[in-house]
Design a protein around this ligand. Structure first.
Ligand SMILES: Nc1ncnc2c1ncn2[C@@H]1O[C@H](COP(=O)(O)OP(=O)(O)OP(=O)(O)O)[C@@H](O)[C@H]1O
Length: 263
């Protein structure tokens, strides 16, 4: 059935990453549990975005980039040689900091744009249903249902970001990665995106990079705190239940970071 999701467990196992000879992550392991929201937090430059991009094989698009370690989705190695890139991208969707709908393409066509890329065929009726379902899941349907043929670029920034979420949802990913999805949005749009995350929780596994500690506390079940000490690659200092990470962190550096003492 189109648009139906089932969450998957994502396991990063001993990930080391380089840009050229610059090692930016060192043996990072993290289990992102099925249907939960995991927030990646930590100061600028500690490798959160690099780690996130490794989770859907975007890191390898950078010419100088390399990595070692494994990423497994429900036990299947995302980087296995015979595994197709489109398969990986279909299972693991990505939302970027800056909303990136196709500006001249209609809201309708934007929503199902990834279907063609992933080789899924659908008739008009199936597409109509998928557009409605995806826009509903992204909490955008009521605002755009009467102007689906208008360009995606005509929406507000917050609506564009929810359109990008709808576009990602249309191919039924098992994991949704979000790289600071609200940092370009106003507080009202941020709240709408956070509400959308809350509604999607359980239906798919979500991994979100955020610099906003209140946001991490509001939206996530688990947190992973990344840190790169001076001139050393990023590592995970602490990972666990979000409540515990904020109220009773085990590592002094986590305490200092979540309380805004650095970064
Ligand atoms: N395309 C690239 N080429 C070379 N070095 C890069 C590239 N992208 C990131 N880096 C380097 O990798 C390290 C980790 O960067 P990354 O963007 O993953 O950190 P981050 O924790 O997400 O930072 P921020 O919170 O500022 O987005 C940094 O030293 C950065 O300069």
């Amino acid at each position: 059935m189109f648009g139906e999701t089932s969450a998957g467990e994502l396991v990063a196992d001993s990930i080391t990453a380089w840009f050229g000879t610059h090692k930016v992550l060192d043996r990072v392991s993290l289990t992102m549990e099925t249907g939960k929201v995991t927030a990646l937090i930590g100061p600028s430059g500690c490798g959160k975005s690099t780690f996130l991009r490794i989770l859907n094989r975007m890191h390898e698009m950078v010419p100088s980039a390399s990595l070692s370690g494994e990423v497994r989705l429900d036990g299947s190695d995302l980087y296995e040689r015979s595994q197709r890139l489109t398969w990986a991208r279909r299972q693991v969707g990505m939302i970027f900091q800056k909303p990136n709908p196709f500006p001249a393409m209609s809201i309708y066509e934007n929503t199902i744009a990834a279907l063609n890329l992933t080789g899924v065929r659908a008739n008009r009726e199936q597409k109509d249903q998928l557009v409605e379902d995806s826009l509903r899941k992204a909490s955008l349907w009521d605002e755009v249902k009467d102007r689906l043929e208008q360009p995606g670029g005509g929406l507000s920034g917050g609506q564009q970001q929810r359109l990008c979420i709808a576009r990602a949802l249309a191919v039924a990913p098992r994991v949704l990665l979000m790289d600071e999805p609200c940092s370009a949005l106003d507080p009202t749009s941020t709240r709408r995106v956070e509400e959308t995350i809350a509604q999607l929780r359980g239906q798919m596994t979500i991994v979100i990079v955020t610099h906003n500690m209140q946001q991490a506390a509001r939206v996530s079940d688990e947190c992973a705190f990344f840190l790169a000490a001076q001139n050393t690659p990023g590592v995970i200092v602490e990972h666990g239940d979000t409540g515990a990470m904020f109220n009773n962190p085990q590592d002094e550096r986590t305490f200092d970071y979540v309380n805004g003492r650095f970064g």
